[in-house]
Design a protein around this ligand. Structure first.
Ligand code: ZN
Length: 56
């Protein structure tokens, strides 16, 4: 589960962050049809940052 392409939610009510880790709780709750590929110029989700550091 490495080298995942980042994604972010297209729903306006979701936080303006992007996700790039397959185990992120928040990232996983975004339905596939609500996902937009790429970072969208957003900040990285802090859980994704933590997960990627701990899984090295
Ligand atoms: Zn995340």
């Amino acid at each position: 589960m490495t080298n995942i392409q980042p994604w972010h939610s297209k729903r306006v009510n979701d936080r303006e962050v992007y996700h790039d880790h397959g185990n992120c709780t928040e990232g996983k709750t975004i339905a596939v049809y609500n996902r937009t590929p790429g970072t969208g110029g957003r900040l990285r989700c802090e859980e994704c940052s933590r997960l990627s550091q701990s899984s090295k």
